[in-house]
Design a protein around this ligand. Sequence first.
Ligand SMILES: [Zn+2]
Length: 227
Amino acid sequence: MSSTHPNRHRDIDHAVLRLLREDLVAISRRGYERGLVVGVSGNNSLRVPGTDLVLIKATGGCQGEMDTADTVLMDMDGQVLDEGRTPSKEWRWHLGVYRIRPDVGGIVHLHPPYAVAFAVADQVPLLVHTAGRAHLRTVEDVELLPAGSQELADAVTELFADREVRAALMREHGTITVGPDLRTAYYRTEYLEDTAKVALLAAQIRGVSPGRLPLARDTAPYAEVTG
Ligand SMILES: [Zn+2]
C-alpha cells in the first residue's frame, strides 16, 4: 500500500504541517473577525503542498475561536489522519474540488452577508468594479442542496471542474472561493463580498435593481492583477 501513497501522514515534515495548521487558523479567524461568517458556520481548507493531503476545519467550532487542535488532516479518500478529530461536514465537496482541480491549494467557504443577500434573492452580483473583475473574472451559482450531502458535493465539484471558476454563490447559503493557496482564496472571498456590497450601494444611487446597473466597457478587465 505504501508504494501507492508516497505522501502519507508519516512522511510529512511536521514543522511544515504545524505552520500550515497555524495558517488555516489565522485565515479562519480573520474571516470571522471581518464579519464574513457568524457562529460556528463556514469551513476553510488547504492542500498540503506536494501531497494528496488536506487540512480542514473541524466540525462544530467557531472560526473566531479556532486553534490548531481544530484542524483535521485528511487524505483524498476522506480518511481522517488526526485520530479523534471530526472534519467539517462539508469535507466531501472540499475534497471533490481538490481532486478535480490540481491547481487549487486553498478553499474558503463563508457566509458574507452582502453576497448571501444576493444568493437569497437568487441573483449573482455583477462584477461592478475593476478589482472584482480582475480577481474573480466570473461568479457562478450552486443550487440549494442539503449541507454535507453527496448531491451538494457533486454539484460543487462539477461547477469547479472548469478551471476558470474561482468563485460561487450557494443559494440561500454562502460563498465558495478557491485559489492556488489559502490566502488567495480568502482574498477572493473579500473581493466577492465587496463587489456584492458595492453593487447594492450603486444600485441604490441609480435607483435600479443591481442586475441593471449600467457598467462602462472595460477594455482591460484583468489589468489590476496582470499589470
Ligand atoms: Zn456554510
